[in-house]
Design a binder for this molecule. Structure first.
Ligand code: XIL
Length: 298
C-alpha cells in the first residue's frame, strides 16, 4: 500500500501520530495526518493537567476534539496518559497519603469512563522507573508506596474493562536494567492477575543508536502474554542514518506477532517537541528518507 496506515493495516497493525488539536486547522497538517495515518494519540490533551485542572472538575474539550476528528475519518485513538509524575495539575502536587490515592483513582475513573469505547488502549502509567531499574521517586511512589502502579491498573480496568491497559516508558529500547525491571513487574502482574494488557516502548531515539536487542526485548515482553506497542517513536538525525534507525524499529515490530502498532511522536518536524528533526515529514510536509524506510519495512 502507498500510505503508512494502509501498509500497517495489511498486517493488522496501526500506524499513528501524536496530535496537537490546535494544528488541525492547518491544511498541510490535517492532510498529512488524515492521509498517511490510521491512528492518533493526543500529544498533551488527555494528560492530568489538561483534563482535571481543578479537583473533580473534568474538562475534556481538547481530547474530545481530537477524538471527533479521528472518528470522522475512521481513525483509531490511543489514550495517553492516565497517571504520570509530569504534567500533573498544581493541586495534585501537594497531596499526601490517601488524599493523593483518592485523587489518582478518581482521576483514572473520570477520564477512562469518559473515553470508554473511544480509545482502544490507555497508557495507564507512564515513566515510573529509573535507568537503574529502581522506582522513580515521584510523589506517587513516595506517598503511595510500591503498590501504586497496581492500584492504577485496577482502577483503569474497573472504569474501562475493554480498553487495552498499557505500561509505557522510555529508555527501554533493548535489554537493560530498566526494561528488565519493567519486565519483572509485568511478569509479576500477569502471575497475580493484575490487569495489564500491553507495554508501550516510547522509543525516543537518535540516529545510529544501538538497537541490537530491540527486537528480542519486544519479544520477551510478548512472551509474557502482553501486547507490545511502539508508542512515541522519533529519531533525531537526518538522511540515511535516521532512515536506517526508523527502519530497524519498524522491522522489529513487524517481526513480533504481538507488536500491534507504531505511533510516531508528531506529524512534522516543524512541531516536534525536539529540535533535531526527528519525524517522518519535514517542515513543509515533504516525505523524508525516513518515511520511505518505514513504508518499505511495513
Ligand atoms: C511531551 C509533549 O510532546 C510536549 O508538547 C510537552 O510539552 C511535554 O510532553 N514522554 C511522554 C510524552 O510520555 O507525553 C511527552 O510529550 C514526551 C516524553
Amino acid at each position: 500500500a502507498s500510505t503508512l496506515g494502509a501498509s500497517a493495516a495489511e498486517s493488522g497493525r496501526y500506524f499513528g501520530a501524536a496530535v496537537a488539536g490546535n494544528r488541525l486547522s492547518e491544511s498541510g497538517y490535517a492532510n498529512t495526518l488524515g492521509t498517511e495515518f490510521n491512528s492518533v494519540v493526543a500529544e498533551n490533551a488527555m494528560k492530568w493537567d489538561a483534563t482535571e485542572p481543578n479537583p473533580g472538575q473534568f474538562t475534556f474539550s481538547g481530547g474530545d476534539q481530537i477524538v471527533s476528528w479521528a472518528q470522522a475519518r475512521g481513525m483509531k485513538v490511543r489514550g495517553h496518559t492516565l497517571v504520570w509524575h509530569a504534567q500533573q495539575p498544581g493541586w495534585v502536587q501537594g497531596l499526601t497519603g490517601n488524599n493523593l490515592r483518592n485523587a489518582m483513582v478518581n482521576h483514572i475513573t473520570g477520564v477512562a469512563n469518559h473515553y470508554e469505547g473511544k480509545v482502544f488502549a490507555w497508557d495507564v502509567v507512564n515513566e515510573a522507573f529509573e535507568w537503574d531499574g529502581s522506582r522513580r521517586q515521584s510523589n506517587l511512589q513516595q506517598q503511595l508506596g510500591n503498590g501504586w502502579i497496581e492500584e492504577a491498573f485496577r482502577a483503569a480496568d474497573a472504569a474501562d474493562p475493554n480498553a487495552r491497559l498499557c505500561y509505557n516508558d522510555y529508555g527501554t529500547d533493548g535489554i537493560n536494567s530498566k526494561s528488565t525491571a519493567i519486565y519483572n513487574m509485568v511478569r509479576d502482574f500477569k502471575s497475580r492477575g493484575v490487569p495489564i494488557d500491553c507495554v508501550g516502548f516510547q522509543s525516543h531515539l537518535s540516529a545510529g543508536d544501538n538497537l541490537s536487542s530491540y527486537q528480542s526485548n519486544l519479544q520477551r515482553f510478548a512472551d509474557l502474554g502482553v501486547a507490545v506497542e511502539i508508542t512515541e517513536l522519533d529519531v533525531g538525525g537526518s538522511g540515511s542514518a535516521q532512515a536506517a534507525t526508523f527502519g530497524t524499529v519498524t522491522q522489529a515490530c513487524m517481526a513480533v506477532a504481538r507488536c500491534t502498532g507504531i505511533t510516531v511522536w508528531g506529524v512534522t518536524d516543524k512541531y516536534s517537541w525536539r529540535n533535531d528533526d526527528p519525524l517522518l515529514f519535514d517542515d513543509n510536509y515533504q516525505k523524508k528518507q525516513a518515511y520511505t524506510s518505514v513504508l518499505n519495512a511495513l
